[in-house]
Design a protein around this ligand. Structure first.
Ligand SMILES: C[S@@+](CC[C@H](N)C(=O)[O-])C[C@H]1O[C@@H](n2cnc3c(N)ncnc32)[C@H](O)[C@@H]1O
Length: 212
């Protein structure tokens, strides 16, 4: 699967990328009440401008992305000095308060996640095939402390029009995968996208503590 993403980036098949920050992030992030200064984990981050928006709103950002090209494009297309270093087996590229870790999200370890206090998933869960999505939900839970909250933007797609990615992830599946470790709240469902019929759903998640 990893190679397919690398190829997509190489061939410029990145229709998922948006030229502006996602409207749902602008609309709903403030109501999560995440304190300024809280570091936000962005799994499977691509070169999303949502990271720049979070960075500009006083959140250090830690993005994890498999494709080196995505990271190169992010820093080329944005302002600010770039620094590069190696940490915990990952090549890390930093620009302003966004640090991009190049590698597999599933290899990112809890020891490296010490400062993370919030998270943002747009098109990460839905980029993964069914068998990997449970693993994703557990891994996200492992990396986030009790009380950490975040937004999840999932997607449904009409039946019979291909498989994915992006994969169809139903509301039931979101609850089933995340509720063991997160309080899951439905926030909003977007309108179906013209042509594809893809429809995004916004969720807010709060990492449960041991007895919550
Ligand atoms: C559908 S895109 C979404 C990107 C970004 N979140 C956005 O909203 O534009 C999924 C991204 O995840 C990356 N990816 C896929 N599997 C990954 C993995 N196991 N670890 C890290 N990144 C991964 C892909 O290279 C791709 O850039």
């Amino acid at each position: 699967m990893g190679n397919e993403w690398i190829e997509r980036w190489r061939d410029g098949r990145i229709g998922f990328h948006r030229d502006l920050a996602h409207p749902a992030l602008l609309k709903h992030w403030p109501s999560l009440g995440v304190r300024p200064g809280t570091k936000v984990l962005v799994p499977l981050c691509g070169k999303s401008l949502d990271m720049r928006w979070l960075g500009q709103h006083d959140h250090p950002v830690l993005g994890i992305e498999l494709a080196p090209l995505a990271i190169e494009q992010f820093v080329e297309e944005g302002p600010g000095m770039v620094s590069r270093y190696r940490q915990g087996g990952f090549d890390v590229t930093r620009q302003a308060n966004v640090e991009l870790w190049c590698g597999d999200f599933f290899h990112f370890h809890i020891d490296q996640a010490a400062e993370i206090g919030a998270f943002y998933d747009r098109a990460a869960l839905i980029a993964l095939p069914p068998a990997t999505r449970q693993r994703y939900a557990f891994h996200l839970a492992q990396l986030t402390p009790p009380g950490a909250c975040g937004l999840l933007i999932s997607l449904t797609r009409p039946e019979g029009l291909g498989v994915g990615p992006p994969y169809h992830v139903s509301a039931e599946e979101v609850r089933e995968r995340f509720e063991p470790n997160f309080r899951v709240t439905f926030v909003e469902q977007g309108e179906p996208e013209e042509g594809s019929g893809f429809r995004e759903t916004i969720w807010s998640l709060v990492r449960r503590g041991p007895r919550q």
